[in-house]
Design a protein around this ligand. Sequence first.
Ligand code: GLC
Length: 715
Amino acid sequence: MEKSFKSIGVAEQLVRTATGIFLRTQTEELEISVLEDDLVRVTMRKSHPHAMTLPDSEIPSCAVVKRDLPGVNVKITESPLDINIITGKIRVHISRSPVRIGFYQLNGIPVCLDTAASGMGWMKDGPACFKTIPAGTRFYGFGERTGYLDKRGTTMTLWNTDTILHTPSTDSLYVSIPFFIGFCGNYAYGIFLDNPGKCVFDMGKTSSAEYMFQGTGEILDYYFFAGPEIKDVVEQYAKLTGTMELPPLWALGYHQSRYSYSPQDDVEDVARSFREHDIPCDAIYLDIHYMDGCRVFTFDQEAFPDPSGLIARLKSMGFKVVTIIDPGVKIDPKYKIYKDGLKKNCFVKLPDGNLFEAEVWPGQVVFPDFFKEKTRTWWAENHKILFDAGVQGIWNDMNEPSCFSTESGTMDLEALHGELGAEVSHAKIHNAYANYMNEATREAFRTLLPGTRPFMVTRAGYSGIQRLACVWTGDNASWWEHLLMSVPMCLNMGLSGLPFTGADVGGFLYDTDPELLTRWTQLGTFIPFFRNHSAVDTCRQEPYMLDEPYKSICRDFIKLRYRLIPYIYTMMHKAATSGTPIMRPLVFEFPEDPKTHGIFDQFMLGPDIMVAPVYQPETQCRTVYLPDGEWFDLYTGNVITGNRYILAESPLDRIPVFLKEGAVIPMGREMSFVGELQQVLKTIDICPSRNARSGRFSLYVDDGETEQYRAGSSP
Ligand code: GLC
């Protein structure tokens, strides 16, 4: 990284504000506001000589929900050299010459410090900040990234991109979350750079002693989360940016997708086959071929002559239908959606007043400007055709937005978004495009299906997307490497505020094979979003297509998934109330054990279930690390003492799973789909041990489909 960097100047003027301080250098203004005892916002911009408080960011944040935090009482001390802001949990130290910020624990331990040489300032492409890396620090988070769990020593560009065939070294992917957790062994903190334009993070690659984050535009706007545990940081971030809403319970079942099931008889055939082969399944996805020439909000009259009838028949078998929606609207003067959008001025324009056009699946398209309220309302209304036909879930794809015909792969950076007179260039808000598209979908559910819980899946997103949709990791391949990679990807997403995630089980691109599909189905059983999806021209990969013993093994695991739903749903409720990830890296549960800090090929489902997926062919056993304590083998009940690596048996019909001592795991009934049978707890796995003197589990239950849960009622 080239360091063409101009550091912030010397503090010349200081004003105390209700929540902290405002100071001015010759060329910058800086505001430090304490929003909570453990949450501080830092904002720097170029000087506006007469303003004594910073105007809010030019672009309202779509990530932050807690804009109205009342602030907390802080103590501020000043000396000619420095200023200290003391909250109930931390001390923020600001030196005046040059201006540098340091966050300290109240006992004086430094947590996160600007580098002496650089601190905050300006790179060629935008505002930036340099901070020190104490020895032993690890960096987790950053949303959807390939590679392993710890991102130390890497650089990352956060810019939503439709990246086909990603590898461990791929940089930008579909979702950008400029948030990370710095974990230093005995404490953790977090930083969220709220900037929906391009963000760059250099986490000790250029210099192992410092990291740098840089945004786009004229304002550096970041939040510091004081931890001190990883769990605390994740919850603090969730408090600021919001938590997921509870989806309908069926969202936790097994889902089957393919690009594409068409014509409609094929869809029915898939549904019937699941029931005939006694493999549970809750949802079937319709990919782009259900539409008339990929025109959104239409059905292909020939392939899908009777969508309502089809969906009703599927419903009677317990299936829900989820349809794909892409943002691009085909340019076709005879097409109603295109004509309406034009008339209502809903499409994105270039600075010269022309519409921005590009090629996507339908051919040449224009793009809705979801940053306008009226576009979102119009888009929402268009869902009527789908909801009237009985569709119950919406899958928002290609919403980076992806453009096949532009060199950048996305929209023109100069394209304009937002209301007339307050337009913002695409470059500044690219990563938020999907959030606003999902807002529109959310409005569709709220207005057209009031009282029901929305089920939405999205490919792209920016911080805050967790409030709207579940994220899947895009176009992976039927490779063992991608099975493995999906684990740290989902773990880091969970640490980045996105608890409801999953990868295409079986792999999307290329042909899967029976063993890979079986192993992936075993893993999917323990992943929050459990969907099998595959690309056009690849071999069919529905589990019932498999020969024995693969088919029976997949069936057994999918059935196990249904038995685990009460447990997983309870974790989901926790995620919805406090942001705690459902699927957690070992370091999240066992931070005091250094051996866990880098483990990415095992994970915890909630606090009690340790899962060690098999990610190589012909594996009969694999190494598993068991932290201190006693562990119960899920299959045999054998008790194994931890604080060591073990070689766990993993024949084809077994993925190593261990229950933590003290665990109380409620197991529900097997069923073909959620709601087929009244849920009752069939068994409760209790794992007593010498050490765990008590164990408890508070099961969360509600009706699983309405919004009544918000009022706190349970059936
Ligand atoms: C994109 C999606 C994929 C989908 C395909 C066709 O590649 O990521 O899941 O099947 O488009 O719609």
